[in-house]
Ligand binder design. Structure first.
Ligand code: MG
Length: 219
């Protein structure tokens, strides 16, 4: 099935082109996983087949016992850019969303030890939960907004976007030095501290400051 970006309060739909993710973008989260603060963000991809929406079920793969939630700000790219300046990078961002980068931490830890790629821990079906998107022309992001995630009504993650090491335009500038970004690309911008294990039956509720929400059950 073709996966689409849904624009909030609008009939507009944008086909998802590709999904690029950065990791290690909030200092306290880097420390909670025992990683080092990088000079540049860690970059990986998720396939479009991993995408689900608020209201859908997150499915626990049978090869993991430790799926973690990672709540993240998403960026929507609106035009083709390569080797963009910071200004061009900012202009290429046309909207914002909320996402869950579901991660199999036990599998990822094994892959890291072996120096292997992370796909098995990051690319499984239902590992990319996305909200509706708001367009930049309708909402100016200040980074004073707060990301939060509750599991069964208990707060696990809650931090201001201001805590990002690499801010949205810096992320886009850097990514465009590696690969061409195009209309319909989604960028996951990393997660704040508080990631933790989810169990089957858990109810997840994520928010971007009341602007955007996600509700999912783990199956
Ligand atoms: Mg992440």
């Amino acid at each position: 099935m073709k996966k689409e970006i849904v624009i909030k309060n609008s009939d507009q739909r944008i086909p998802i082109n590709k999904i690029v993710c950065v990791g290690r973008n909030y200092v306290e989260h880097i420390y909670e996983l025992g990683n080092e603060v990088p000079e540049k963000p860690v970059v990986f991809l998720k396939p479009n087949s991993a995408v689900i929406y608020s209201g859908d079920e997150i499915v626990y793969p049978d090869y993991s016992n430790e799926m973690h939630h990672e709540v993240e700000l998403l960026l929507l790219i609106g035009k083709t850019i390569k080797n963009a300046s910071l200004t061009e990078a900012e202009e290429a961002i046309i909207g914002y969303g909320l996402g869950l980068d579901m991660t199999l931490r036990d599998v990822q830890d094994e892959l890291k030890k072996k120096g292997h790629p992370w796909e098995k821990s990051k690319c499984f079906d239902t590992s990319a939960v996305i909200s509706e998107f708001i367009l930049k022309k309708d909402y100016q992001l200040t980074l004073e907004e707060e990301l939060s995630l509750k599991v069964n009504d208990e707060i696990r993650q809650k931090d201001k976007l201001q805590k990002m090491i690499f801010k949205p335009a810096q992320i886009v500038e850097y990514l465009s030095s590696i690969l061409t970004l195009e209309h319909g690309d989604i960028i996951f911008t990393g997660t704040p501290q508080g990631v933790s294990k989810v169990n089957k039956g858990d109810k997840l509720h994520a928010e971007l400051d009341g602007l955007l929400t996600i509700d999912c059950i783990v199956k």
